[in-house]
Ligand binder design. Structure first.
Ligand SMILES: CC(C)(COP(=O)(O)OP(=O)(O)OC[C@H]1O[C@@H](n2cnc3c(N)ncnc32)[C@H](O)[C@@H]1OP(=O)(O)O)[C@@H](O)C(=O)NCCC(=O)NCCS
Length: 156
């Protein structure tokens, strides 16, 4: 195995610290921009970076997934809701997201909910294949992006 090939290394999870915030912001922005066909993003990269560093990491329950000491994904829990979930583009479709969602279920064994944009078909397939059920569809009138979305719920 080449030394730079991290695909066979285990994925580990831990709470993000202030020292991680810049790397978390980089993963968050790259993942959002990489999924631009499915995720409308309000704000510039600099504004998003400030939000992640100044608000999200310090004030919210932010978890990171690491492979070989590198942050490859970020997930934020707010009560029983997953309200941010991003895998770095180069690390997608290798099982990182599934492992991180399994970690979130261990943290919230009574159940989880989350909102996805209706147009985010890759994410919707991902959630539906992992037992999440669409409970409510909206036209997006009340979300920041004004984009039709869907509420998913998982219960054990
Ligand atoms: C959705 C996401 C979190 C899944 O994480 P992941 O590490 O890629 O997921 P896994 O490797 O565990 O599972 C892959 C499955 O997800 C779905 N999927 C993920 N990316 C996909 C893509 N580009 N096209 C089609 N299906 C995709 C498929 O069901 C896939 O299964 P398959 O590879 O057997 O076809 C990740 O793709 C991501 O960060 N997307 C961009 C940001 C986003 O949409 N976040 C969710 C907001 S609600």
């Amino acid at each position: 195995m080449a030394s730079h090939d991290t695909s066979q290394q285990p994925v580990t999870f831990r709470r993000a610290t202030a020292a991680d915030a810049v790397e978390v912001a980089t993963v968050y922005i790259a993942s959002r921009r990489g999924a631009a066909a499915y995720l409308l993003t309000v704000g510039t990269d600099a504004e998003i970076r400030s939000f992640v560093i100044d608000r999200m990491v310090p004030e919210h329950e932010t978890w990171v997934a690491e492979v070989g000491g590198r942050i490859v994904a970020v997930l934020v829990l707010d009560g029983d809701e997953v309200n941010q979930f991003y895998v770095a583009p180069a690390d997608q479709r290798r099982g990182v997201g599934g492992a991180m969602l399994a970690h979130a279920r261990q943290l919230r064994p009574a159940g989880l909910r989350l909102w996805a944009f209706q147009r985010n078909t890759p994410a919707r397939h991902f959630y539906e294949a992992r037992g999440f059920i669409a409970k409510k569809f909206t036209d997006g009138a009340t979300n920041m992006e004004r984009e039709a979305d869907v509420l998913y719920e998982w219960t054990p």
